[in-house]
Design a protein around this ligand. Structure first.
Ligand code: B16
Ligand code: MG
Length: 217
């Protein structure tokens, strides 16, 4: 059966979490409280709206609808400034090796990300041409762990959901891939991503022969 490969963005292709952190920290500080790197872990794979809700819980703050909307925009304006100069040097190690292999073998590739900034980031780092479909925060109504983002990606690729393989760094993303009945590959720590079918620290641990096995399965 034809296989499809779906990649999450932040934490899988590039480490944009550090820029999200700087933008959320700036907002928290302006609102008068601290936001730590450890707390930023809670934000991985989580939609912008949900991140702000969690941030306000951390700061024990409430917001009117107008304030909430203003802070969402403010955070994104700052985030866009932080990612403005991103380039190919920010692609995580060995990601191009896997994308290149899939492309050479005509295996369809999709992005499945919660970010509304996914496309410009792929453009900046020069990876956009590898992707046959992009499904991101602009196309879905339900956030991970709901499988919507990955199911839509499979649909765009014209591949059955259970013939798709998902690379994810977030617990919610692994849950979404599993709920979509896809093969989930966790990129990160074994004790955190324990629900994934396979777990690797990063792409340097993933061999081409392993990818071949997944394609032939
Ligand atoms: P934006 P992913 C996620 O990306 C990030 O991990 C998460 O921290 C962020 O809040 C979310 O995108 C939304 O991003 O504010 O750019 O729309 O891991 O799903 O690629
Ligand atoms: Mg991620």
């Amino acid at each position: 059966m034809k296989k499809g490969f779906i990649f999450d963005l932040d934490g899988v292709i590039v480490d944009t979490a550090k820029y999200h952190y700087l933008a959320w920290k700036k907002l928290a500080n302006e609102l008068g409280f601290e936001f730590t790197k450890e707390q930023n872990e809670l934000f991985k794979g989580v939609s912008r709206k949900r991140c702000l809700e969690i941030l306000l819980e951390i700061g024990n703050r409430t917001a009117t609808q107008q304030e909430f909307d203003t802070w969402m925009v403010e955070k994104n304006v700052d985030y866009l400034k932080f990612i403005e100069n991103m380039d190919a040097s920010e692609i995580l190690p060995d990601v191009p090796k896997i994308l290149e292999y899939l492309k050479e073998n005509n295996i369809p590739i999709a992005l499945g990300s919660a970010s509304k900034n996914a496309k410009p980031i792929l453009e900046k780092v020069g990876l956009l041409p590898y992707f046959d479909a992009i499904v991101d925060g602009n196309n879905v109504t339900k956030a991970k762990p709901d499988p919507e983002v990955f199911l839509l990606a499979a649909k765009h690729l014209g591949v059955n959901a259970d013939d798709c393989i998902v690379f994810e760094d977030a617990v919610a993303g692994v849950e979404a891939a599993n709920a979509a009945k896809m093969i989930s590959i966790g990129i990160g720590e074994k004790n955190i991503l324990k629900e994934a079918d396979y777990i690797f620290n990063d792409f340097t641990e993933i061999s081409i022969s392993f990818i071949q096995e997944l394609i032939e399965k």
